[in-house]
Design a protein around this ligand. Structure first.
Ligand SMILES: C[S@@+](CC[C@H](N)C(=O)[O-])C[C@H]1O[C@@H](n2cnc3c(N)ncnc32)[C@H](O)[C@@H]1O
Length: 290
């Protein structure tokens, strides 16, 4: 049974309570359209539009909508472009099979290799704070499950992402490739590689926006350097287990000097992240904290 069949079977079991025959789900039936917005007014309209345009399963679409409503109420999604991006990414494609029934829960989930897919509220708030405009170049440090970059690829057509754990980077690349083959053409915007993201992706830069999804006690100088003047980094900064998610702006003052300003997107609340680890040769050894 492939992933697509497994998703359909698991929703059939959840709905009927038994392993009933499940309908074959179509691949994405309509080409990706940057101007197309799913309905944001009712659950029924959203599900109907997504089935017609994206060929997704009503079982997961219902959960997707219910989580969306909570994100909006919580002010994690503030603008229509981010609402659209959240509504278009099938989170169930990025979690482990054993966590399918939890794909739309608030919490982060294990994705293997000792790391996690961040919870939907955190992804929504961090990405909304990044304020990505169409055409901007965005770098993500910490590909993990691939969900964050999938979301970014619904905001801009230029996304780069780096993952340090080699087998995870390979697994997530094959998730993207599988989804692209099924018609999720927006994910062709994502370039990925396995490396230590502390050093950024110099050949691809400079970037308009950078998002970091692992925690560190300082802002990596190579990332600030690869950020365009006027650009933004959203990054968890602090000691292990006690990070503050900062929005960092790189600006040029009237005298030409470069200034960096920081604001806390959670007004001081602590949000723990997995560590920003370090590569020595091809081994992960410790982290990049000072
Ligand atoms: C919270 S997890 C993944 C979140 C991810 N954005 C997602 O949507 O699933 C953070 C990721 O950062 C990765 N990571 C940690 N240190 C790294 C480094 N130096 N370079 C690149 N990735 C790193 C971890 O291996 C992990 O996959």
């Amino acid at each position: 049974m492939n992933r697509r069949e497994f998703l359909a079977a698991s929703s059939a079991v959840a709905l009927a309570g038994v392993a009933a025959p499940f309908p074959a789900l179509a691949d994405v039936p309509k080409p990706y359209d940057w101007n197309a917005y799913p309905p944001m007014n009712t659950r029924e309209n959203y599900i109907a539009w997504m089935v017609e345009n994206r060929g997704e399963d009503p079982y997961y679409l219902g959960q997707h909508w219910d989580r969306y409503v909570v994100l909006v109420a919580n002010r994690d999604l503030l603008d229509d472009r981010n609402k659209r991006a959240f509504l278009l990414v099938p989170r169930e494609e990025f979690v482990l099979e054993r966590n399918l029934s939890r794909a739309y829960e608030h919490a982060f989930l294990d994705i293997g290799y000792g790391v996690t897919i961040s919870g939907p509220h955190l992804v929504g708030r961090m990405t909304t704070s990044l304020d990505v405009q169409f055409g901007e170049k965005v770098l993500e440090i910490g590909t993990g499950s691939g969900y964050q970059s999938a979301y970014l690829s619904n905001l801009t057509d230029k996304v780069w992402t780096i993952e340090i754990i080699a087998p995870l980077a390979a697994r997530t690349r094959s998730v993207y490739d599988g989804l692209i083959a099924r018609g999720y053409n927006e994910y062709t915007a994502i370039s990925s590689k396995q490396a230590d993201g502390y050093y950024g992706w110099e050949e691809a830069g400079p970037f308009d926006k950078i998002i970091v999804t692992c925690g560190i006690d300082h802002i990596p100088p190579p990332l600030l350097q690869q950020l365009r003047v006027g650009g933004t980094i959203v990054i968890p900064v602090g000691p292990p287990g006690a990070h503050h998610v900062l929005k960092v702006l790189k600006e040029q003052a009237a005298d030409g000097s470069i200034r960096v300003s920081r604001t806390d997107i959670y007004d001081g609340r602590i949000v723990p992240f997995v560590p920003f680890t370090k590569l020595e040769g091809d081994q992960i050894v410790g982290d990049h904290n000072n």
